[in-house]
Design a binder for this molecule. Structure first.
Ligand code: HEC
Ligand code: HEC
Ligand code: HEC
Ligand code: HEC
Length: 209
């Protein structure tokens, strides 16, 4: 074996191992430890706290960030079968929108209510969700039966771990922001995605097109 060839192959090998093991939030778009508005210089604290968490938001894990009180304009279209079950953002999506709708300051955590730094540019999803992929609606076998352009989530594998779409991507059977995104950058894929969207792999996980 030519040593030179081996040396060229090594970085590629470690790259693959690294991707396989997953990445972390450190250094990602959600690592706010170096932001001027975050005087704690910590990472998790902007979203979680070990004590005195806000238990008024359903399904929120030890939540420390102020929650949005906005009323959202919901996705609608004549061919959207999920219209029957769509609600105001629920579960983890409401947590995301507490920073991403642009109405609550980023440093409004741990009891702070008068922050002045708000999310900007493309990261500001806003309170009008009509131009975003629908969230907070039920995706079950009945929806897939009504729309043959969808895989049955209770039987179709997600390619994330070994489970089905229902088991690995849905929250109380609902599609949420975190169905597509990993808030902790667990995969290291751009835009905090849960799986690659090269050749639309993420979209084709659920859409049978
Ligand atoms: C930008 C906000 C944000 C930051 C920063 C953040 N989290 Fe989270 N975390 C969330 C949200 C939202 C959820 C619930 C939705 C989900 O699991 O995707 C969650 C869920 C969790 C859960 C429960 C579900 C699971 O994944 O096991 C744990 C444990 C957790 N976070 C730990 C941490 C730790 C430890 C840190 C710091 C190293 C951290 N988080 C930083 C937003 C954040
Ligand atoms: C504490 C506030 C906060 C919370 C809570 C939060 N985010 Fe973010 N997020 C941000 C900020 C600020 C940025 C922009 C960082 C930057 O300047 O690049 C961001 C960036 C992102 C990006 C873009 C990353 C990139 O590299 O393009 C995605 C995707 C994202 N967030 C998804 C989510 C999702 C999904 C949730 C809920 C599960 C969530 N965020 C919760 C504050 C938050
Ligand atoms: C059906 C999958 C899916 C859902 C649900 C979803 N996203 Fe995304 N999101 C994506 C993809 C894919 C991208 C990358 C877009 C690109 O490549 O241009 C993205 C990009 C982003 C970005 C980066 C800015 C940008 O436009 O490129 C932010 C911020 C973001 N999403 C936040 C959210 C929030 C908050 C929610 C819930 C309200 C959400 N996403 C729901 C798939 C999704
Ligand atoms: C976790 C599963 C899942 C993923 C991933 C996903 N979708 Fe969807 N998407 C759905 C479901 C379920 C619906 C609702 C379909 C319905 O009820 O008509 C939907 C709705 C839509 C609609 C609106 C359909 C209508 O009739 O108005 C479009 C367009 C769409 N998705 C495109 C995408 C694209 C593009 C991607 C990749 C960036 C993507 N989806 C990723 C599950 C998913």
């Amino acid at each position: 074996m030519k040593i030179k060839k081996l040396l060229t192959a090594l970085p590629a090998f470690f790259f693959l191992v690294n991707v396989g093991l997953g990445q972390t939030i450190v250094g990602s778009a959600h690592d706010f430890s170096a932001q001027t508005w975050n005087t704690t210089q910590q990472i998790c604290i902007c979203c979680h706290t070990p004590h005195n968490a806000d238990i008024t938001i359903p399904d929120a894990p030890l939540w420390n960030h102020r929650s949005t009180t906005a009323t959202f304009q919901l996705y609608t279209s004549p061919t959207f079968n999920g219209a029957a079950t769509i609600t105001q953002p629920s579960g983890s999506s409401k947590l995301c929108l507490s920073c991403h709708d642009g109405t609550v300051a980023l440093e409004n955590f741990g009891g702070t209510t008068n922050g002045t730094h708000f999310i900007t540019t493309v990261n500001n999803v806003g309170t009008d969700l009509r131009n975003d992929h629908p969230i907070s609606f039920v995706f079950d076998a009945a929806l897939a039966a009504a729309d043959p352009g969808l895989w049955n989530p209770t039987t179709h594998p997600s390619g994330i771990g070994t489970g089905t779409i229902s088991q690995t991507m849905l929250f109380n059977n609902k599609l949420e922001c975190a169905s597509c995104h990993n808030v902790h950058n667990g995969t290291g894929i751009a835009h905090l995605l849960r799986k690659t969207n090269v050749a639309s792999a993420l979209c084709l996980t659920c859409h049978n097109k």
